[in-house]
Design a binder for this molecule. Sequence first.
Ligand SMILES: Nc1nc2c(c(=O)[nH]1)N[C@H]1C(S)=C(S)[C@@H](COP(=O)(O)OP(=O)(O)OC[C@H]3O[C@@H](n4cnc5c(=O)[nH]c(N)nc54)[C@H](O)[C@@H]3O)O[C@H]1N2
Ligand SMILES: Nc1nc2c(c(=O)[nH]1)N[C@H]1C(S)=C(S)[C@@H](COP(=O)(O)OP(=O)(O)OC[C@H]3O[C@@H](n4cnc5c(=O)[nH]c(N)nc54)[C@H](O)[C@@H]3O)O[C@H]1N2
Ligand code: SF4
Ligand SMILES: [Mo]
Length: 710
Amino acid sequence: MQDNHAAMSSPAPTPSSSSSSSDTGEQRRVTGACPHDCPDTCALLTTVQDGVAVKLQGNPAHAHTGGVLCTKVSRYLERHNHPERLTQPLRRVGAKGEGRFEPVSWDEALDDIAARLKAIAEPQAILPYSYAGTMGLVQGESMDRRFFHKLGASLLDRTICSSAGGEGLAQTYGGKVGMRVEFFAEAKLILIWGSNSIGSNLHFWRHVQTARRAGARIVCIDPRRTETAEKCDEHLALLPGTDAALAFALMHELIVHGWLDTDYIERHTLGWDGLRERALQWPPSRAAQVCGLPEAQIVALARDYGTTQPAAIRLNYGVQRARGGGNAVRAIACLPALTGAWRHRAGGLLLSASSFFPVDRAALQRPDLLAGRQPRTVNMSSIGDALTGDAQALSGGPAVQAVVVYNSNPLAVAPDSAKVAAGFARTDLFTVVLEQFQTDTADHADYLLPATMQLEHWDIHTSYGHTDVLLNRPAVAPPAEVRSNAWVFRELARRMGFTEPCFADDDEALCRTAFRADALDHEQLWDRGFTSLRLAEAPFAEGGFPTASGRCEFHSARLQAVGQDPLPAYLPNYEPAGADRDFPLAMISPPARNFLNSSFVNVRSLRAMEGAPVLEMHAADAQTRGIASGDLVRVFNARGEHRCHAEVSSRARPGVVNGLGIWWRKFSPDGTNVNQLTSQRLTDMGRGPTFYDCAVQVAAVRTPGAGSSP
Ligand SMILES: Nc1nc2c(c(=O)[nH]1)N[C@H]1C(S)=C(S)[C@@H](COP(=O)(O)OP(=O)(O)OC[C@H]3O[C@@H](n4cnc5c(=O)[nH]c(N)nc54)[C@H](O)[C@@H]3O)O[C@H]1N2
Ligand SMILES: Nc1nc2c(c(=O)[nH]1)N[C@H]1C(S)=C(S)[C@@H](COP(=O)(O)OP(=O)(O)OC[C@H]3O[C@@H](n4cnc5c(=O)[nH]c(N)nc54)[C@H](O)[C@@H]3O)O[C@H]1N2
Ligand code: SF4
Ligand SMILES: [Mo]
């Protein structure tokens, strides 16, 4: 495929109607949705000429998108037309991980894969591994699930991103529910807590700017001085994993100053006495010690929060990637119920709104095909242990003999990658990878199957940052030998002899299965490409949380029933900053702005913006180690070592280093990335990973010329 740079910058007609596709001479515009794992789920508009996508833009008719795309996806055609896209099925000829393949026909590949899977006597020895390479319900969680359910394969616990916070929210509010994002624009105080909005949630940042122009105060709570933090009125650079302590100190101040909405607490919450008692143990002086913050900064934030209405919290997933992540979310989620912020449509909290979407998952995924079987569950965050035979990670079940990877790049994104790499290097493991590119994981495939991209397939999308449903129509045909995920699983099902009619559903039919007729305005969705859920403006103004009690549950009987602390608590990190003399620095590894997890790392112009893998260090931490900006450094702990370049930067606070992710291992100086250092230890709730709970040491590498990138 040819490069479309020139065409990308050529003027395209402004969309004039709300129809899903319209002809303008020879040009056609097709509505779609951004597939990436991003809270914004933008509406796309693709201009097609002679069967080629010549322009991609944000759909101006979709309010949340507002016609704007982020830097990454505004270069989507560069990814789409990438010269290294996988365009035919491949079979391994080299050693595992070497990445050498030969072309095969689809029939040959699929016949052999089906035969190899059939030959595995115990279906639980087969493991699907997928995450959110596409957030689409069809290419991400429909035919694939049907296939593995019918097969009786191991179930995958999809915990790698949001399960700790999701569980914390579910235990407090009853689900992933929260404020409508557009009303942040009317808030008078916004707390951006554990999120780099400018990098990862750009369209939310637009609402923040509107609020700010109307006089709102914006506060960022983040160990790193991010692009977002530096633009806020106040930045609290706390130590990683100490958010619950900060939340308790805020509660303490609300209590002692009487900044409470006692009527709201009485009518719409559960467990106030217990929470009150706990919060009173957290005077700001104590939290200041734990969080590594000036006491006055905590006191001032509490005053702002206690005396400003409406106050809105944009909580994000950055807070929950540490041991106490679930509890931190629980503690923070209590705050708007204490002040009655929920009474206002511009008050409350938003972590994720995904439970609002009435997706018909039973119809899409057909768990009934398990027919009473209860396969063991493998946690994707422990994939390194699972593939290397750890009995606990295997839930006592059989060793994994075959793994089918799609929509994910575990070699780069899963924690403790030395173990992950060792697992995928097993010669007795049969590995199938469905991919668009030859990622680190793809290098380990026995069969590597070329997958369609968003402009080439049908899909339907919900969002975790707004409350609209989007339809993605194919805009152009894929390269001749490229197939959608759903197609691959349909074909495999046929070869396995699965005869249920549901295995014949095509991708468009799967789109229609995602929501029942009465769940939303289907006509609008299919005409316009998007539709909003019918929701209240201030969902919890009068309580009505989707918990068992209908209240915001400070005290959770469900947690108590399983022997856990029923109230939120502060749980120190497994590996706190300064606790281990050998590894005294805390490392966090938030995303680089121009990558999306490990996607886009292979897009040349975006990789050029990021340069090379870097470790941001505070000047004091660099100086004591004799490290200067640009030096090649070894970052290491007991789990491994990763080489990258130091960047002495005010983005890092003392005691904390920031290793921006998520690089492909093969684009890094020593063939590793930050996950060589992260651990497989799990969060307090939701069995999530603890990427940002990771102690390391850093040293300069003195060999001149060592480690140039490939
Ligand atoms: N450009 C870009 N956008 C993305 C992604 C990406 O990779 N690149 N990833 C997408 C995905 S998968 C997700 S889940 C979302 C995530 O959405 P967010 O959670 O909003 O995303 P991050 O930018 O990762 O923000 C995490 C922030 O938390 C900070 N942090 C780390 N540890 C702590 C802590 O203990 N406490 C607090 N308060 N803050 C902490 C980090 O420094 C970072 O700035 O973003 C999505 N959007
Ligand atoms: N150290 C550290 N590690 C992290 C994080 C961190 O902050 N720090 N963040 C974590 C988080 S929040 C997440 S969500 C995970 C993300 O982990 P993943 O979900 O694995 O995300 P990506 O790395 O983007 O990999 C997605 C892959 O899917 C492929 N893909 C996209 N669309 C399709 C399709 O239609 N079909 C097929 N077959 N393939 C497709 C892409 O080419 C890409 O290689 O990483 C986690 N890992
Ligand atoms: S990655 Fe996020 S901000 Fe960028 S286009 Fe996609 S949904 Fe929008
Ligand atoms: Mo994520």
